[in-house]
Every structure is written in structure tokens, then in C-alpha cells.
Design a binder for this molecule. Structure first.
Ligand SMILES: Cc1cc2nc3c(=O)[nH]c(=O)nc-3n(C[C@H](O)[C@H](O)[C@H](O)COP(=O)(O)O)c2cc1C
Length: 189
């Protein structure tokens, strides 16, 4: 069983993404994983000035976040699509760290109001995770028309997503285990 950091990508007051994120959290915990739920709305991080490693006296909230990112065996990002990319909130949270992510896999869940499920955001986020040293798994998971996929209380109403998610998480777990085994043998840098 793994420790997985789950990144929420929206801080909008009407954000739909929190429903997706809580649904994913439940899927991961049901499979026995420990989830670090990373919500930029709660963190309220300023736009990046200094990275964590550049800070002399990081605030305790950021120290706690650093521990979670460092301890995680994998990263699951739940991203909205804003203007064909991921959100500023997602990018800002990720940018605070670097080495903490190295040699661990990421997986991307995207969603949008329209029919494409945020696939453009997922493609951009792949590039970001590659640069962070946490390459994304081959599959990504897209949720279209997010306002119709969940009810107002956050319950999934479109059963197709419950049917599709196990294969995606099987793949993520495979990569998590493979990377973990490989890290035990040492890392190139
Ligand atoms: C600034 C902004 C840009 C958006 N750009 C896109 C877009 O490029 N493609 C798309 O499918 N939806 C776009 N949308 C609609 C979002 O998919 C929809 O608002 C979604 O609920 C956003 O996630 P959130 O509610 O968790 O913030 C955009 C929404 C916002 C606020």
C-alpha cells in the first residue's frame, strides 16, 4: 500500500473539482492507500517567491506539505482545464518543490464543463510532471461535463466513471510499485 499525494487544482468558490478530488480520495483509500489531500484553498500559498528549499525558516504549514510530498510514493493530480491548460493554483503549488518529487510516478485526472474532459490541461500537466521528475503514467482519466457527472452533494451519478477507474488505478499502482522497487536499488542522482 502506498502513500499518495492528491493535488486539488481549483480554488474557485464554485469549484467542481473538489467533488472529483473527494471521489478520487475515496477510491484510493478504499484500495488501502494513505492519501495526503493537498488543497490549495486550505493551504492559501502565496504566488511563488522562494521555493521551499530556498527558505530559511519555512512556515509550519509548508514544512508539513514538504513532508507529505517527500513521503509520497506517487502523485495524483485532479486538474481543471483553464484556457486549455492546467490551473495557476495547481502550478503554483507544484512549483514550491522539486527534488521531493524525483523518481516517483504521477497520474492525471482532468475534468471540464464541456465534452472533452480537460484533455488539453492533462497534456500540459504531463510536461510539468516530467520536468519535476515525476513522469506521468501512460493513461490519463478525463471526466466530461463535470456538473452532470456529480450531484450537488458530490456523489457520482454517472456510473461509467466507477467502471473505468479501476483500470486506471491498477496502472498507477503498477508504476508506483515499479518505481519503489527501483528506488530501493538506488537513484542516478
Ligand atoms: C478561467 C477559466 C477558463 C476555462 N477554460 C476552459 C477551457 O479551456 N476548456 C474547457 O473545457 N473548459 C474551460 N473552462 C470551464 C471549466 O471546465 C469549468 O468551469 C470547470 O468547472 C472548472 O473547474 P473548477 O470548477 O473545479 O474550477 C474554464 C473555466 C475558467 C474559470
Amino acid at each position: 500500500m502506498a502513500h499518495i499525494a492528491l493535488f486539488v487544482g481549483s480554488v474557485r468558490r464554485d469549484r467542481q473539482g473538489i467533488k472529483v478530488a473527494r471521489w478520487m480520495e475515496e477510491k484510493l483509500t478504499t484500495r488501502g492507500h494513505t492519501v495526503y489531500f493537498i488543497d490549495p484553498l486550505e493551504l492559501n500559498l502565496p504566488l511563488l517567491d522562494r521555493m521551499y528549499k530556498e527558505m530559511e525558516n519555512p512556515p509550519s504549514g509548508l514544512r508539513d506539505l514538504q513532508n507529505k510530498i517527500k513521503n509520497a510514493d506517487g502523485y495524483l493530480a485532479v486538474t481543471p482545464e483553464y484556457n486549455h491548460s492546467t490551473s495557476a493554483a495547481m502550478k503554483n503549488t507544484l512549483d514550491y518543490f522539486l527534488e521531493e518529487y524525483f523518481f516517483k510516478p504521477s497520474a492525471i485526472v482532468s475534468y471540464s464543463a464541456g465534452g472533452f474532459g480537460g484533455v488539453n490541461a492533462a497534456q500540459h500537466l504531463r510536461l510539468i510532471f516530467a520536468e519535476l521528475g515525476a513522469p506521468s503514467i501512460s493513461s490519463s482519466f478525463a471526466i466530461s461535463r463535470v456538473t452532470e457527472a456529480f450531484d450537488d452533494r458530490g456523489k457520482l451519478v454517472q456510473e461509467q466513471y466507477n467502471k473505468r477507474i479501476p483500470k486506471f488505478l491498477d496502472e498507477f499502482e503498477w508504476y508506483i510499485e515499479a518505481f519503489k522497487n527501483q528506488r530501493l536499488k538506488g537513484v542516478p542522482y
